[in-house]
Write a protein of this length. Structure first.
Length: 156
């Protein structure tokens, strides 16, 4: 029930009681500032379903014929798990990019998975040595080649 609704389920029941008492449909509609169509709709629901027909119903559609098939959603999910970008998935499946992004967000794949961390431990000469990026020195060598000299944190 939203705040702008004119009738609550209890208000609908009071409206039905007025109609059952013999008040004309147009008079009830005018008293409640409703259209006769709305009053007639609630009256019809009450006659078919009883008091249960006066409760609020979901506005969700019963079916969505233009919705993306589950197979396509699974294809998007699989490719995202493989680490593909949204653009690559859209091109591969020939779908609009916003559709791919919408499906990914809905399924919780808004960001690409992080790549696996490299194995830890020494793997060869100089392994485990950290480099200090802030202390790079640029040296111009002959023939205008650019060389970067890095200072290791492990030494000195």
């Amino acid at each position: 029930m939203h705040e702008l609704a004119r009738l609550t389920p209890m208000g609908r029941l009071r409206m039905i009681r007025r109609l059952e008492a013999g008040t004309r449909l147009g008079d009830v509609a005018a008293a409640l500032d409703l259209s006769t169509t709305s009053v007639r709709r609630w009256w019809r629901r009450y006659q078919q379903e009883g008091i249960a027909g006066l409760t609020d119903r979901s506005s969700r559609p019963h079916r969505s014929p233009r919705a993306l098939p589950r197979v396509r959603c699974r294809q998007i999910t699989r490719r995202r798990q493989w680490g593909w970008s949204s653009l690559r998935i859209a091109r591969d499946l020939r779908l609009p990019l916003p559709t791919v992004v919408h499906v990914q967000r809905r399924l919780g794949f808004a960001r690409r998975p992080r790549p696996a961390a490299p194995p830890s431990g020494p793997a060869g000469p100089g392994a485990g040595r950290r480099w200090r990026a802030a202390e790079r020195k640029v040296v111009l060598a002959p023939a205008s080649r650019l060389q970067l000299m890095r200072q290791s944190l492990d030494s000195g």
